[in-house]
Design a protein around this ligand. Sequence first.
Ligand code: SF4
Length: 333
Amino acid sequence: MSLLTKVPTGADLLAEIDALRKERNAVILAHYYQTPDIQDIADFVGDSLELSRKAAATDADVIAFCGVKFMADTAKILSPHKKVILPDMDAGCSLEDSCPPEKFKAFREAHPDHIALTYINCSTEVKALSDIIVTSSSAETILAQIPPEQKIIFGPDRHLGGYLSRKFGREMLLWPGVCIVHEAFSETELLKLKEQYPDAPIAAHPECPPSIIDHADYVGSTSGILKFAREFAGDTLIVATEPHIIHQMEKALPNKTFIGAPGADGNCSCNICPYMALNTMEKLYVALRDLTPQITIDEEVRIKAKRSLDRMLEMASGTVGMGDLGKVRLSGD
Ligand code: SF4
């Protein structure tokens, strides 16, 4: 039976999803890169870690994660006793796909004197093989605490790793993964847009390649870009990240203008994440109704992955000082 035939004809999806949310005692999470209809029905809209932490703090029995699989996995790592559902289990990520656990393990074994600092956009298995997880908002705080003589593997995003490497003047071994969405921004088209709006600053996500980052007035995570949007002095902002984030900007700041940075032909939709786009209101409804597809994680792998996530939370909050970093032991066991 196709998915659509499982949705009652003429159903008021908003009302049906709302009723199921109550019936299931569910919390609905939406990443900033989801479509506006999904963002608007969610209990929380945010970046992946922030959403998982908020959901963990609720007494919900079910987490409906409208995002991609590694994000729903992270919610399950933090909330093992809650059911975590993802509207479409094929909602993956090019960064996660670039870094198969067995290849990452072999790479670590080839560099035993390096610690693995790993971007959260990876599988649970890769998190379990890592020492410290970082997000785009915590990466700089964490890197600043790692002694300069400590060798580092950074994966799977070579653009985020390269940005950090340049900013800190610090060499790192970079895993060669990229986000296909941020990779698709065009420098030529961006400069043409900047000519049209010379006073508009450019805010870019560090998953962008250097050709985009080099023109940015602000570089930061999705939450950082939203903060910059609230605080910059002008009235027009060029946004170089997945364009659905603009929905939150337009809601919060109706008097400002937000323009998505262009892709290669200046007018393509290549900057819309094709994985996030797999989630729809219909699939969310079916997932809440049937409690499937559901995330499951091997408990031993979950505990190892949580250890590297916990290190990030401790270091990002400053509860592990420079003196304690020597205790960060390679977890590639
Ligand atoms: S926008 Fe890029 S990093 Fe984010 S889920 Fe899509 S492919 Fe992955």
